[in-house]
Design a protein around this ligand. Structure first.
Ligand SMILES: [Zn+2]
Length: 130
């Protein structure tokens, strides 16, 4: 199972995850977590510790158009992720870092799994999330 599918399954069960230091905190009815999801949480924990804070950042930037940017004041530009501001491995690289790219996948997958309808102006952007 990939991280986006794992988070979609968790979101669909009405559960959310938060990072607290080096721990994952489950919010909601943990009894809804299957054995498969629990084992995937353990296996993917190192990735989730990097992705979940970025996903949380993307969820708070909703005005005027959802930007899915994990840090509002990220400097971006060559050598830096324009979403979180972390440095790329190459000084001339441009775009999102691997963690923000994965968080963006999770952003749209969990948006769809939660049943959220994203409307900007008169356009329903929910189809983008599918
Ligand atoms: Zn980034």
């Amino acid at each position: 199972m990939r991280v986006p599918e794992l988070l979609a399954a968790i979101t669909g069960a009405g559960i959310s995850l938060e990072v607290d230091g080096n721990h994952l905190r489950v919010r909601g009815r943990a009894s809804r977590l299957t054995d498969e999801i629990r084992s995937e949480l353990v296996r993917l924990k190192p990735v989730l510790l990097d992705v979940l804070p970025r996903l949380a950042g993307m969820r708070i930037h909703t005005e005027p158009v959802p930007t899915a940017k994990s840090a509002r004041e990220a400097p971006g530009g060559p050598g830096r992720c324009f979403s979180c501001g972390d440095g790329h491995d190459h000084p001339h690289a441009y775009g999102r870092c691997v963690w923000c790219a994965l968080a963006l996948d999770c952003y749209y997958v969990t948006l769809h799994a939660s049943g959220t309808v994203m409307v900007v102006g008169d356009k329903d952007l929910t189809a983008v999330a599918q």
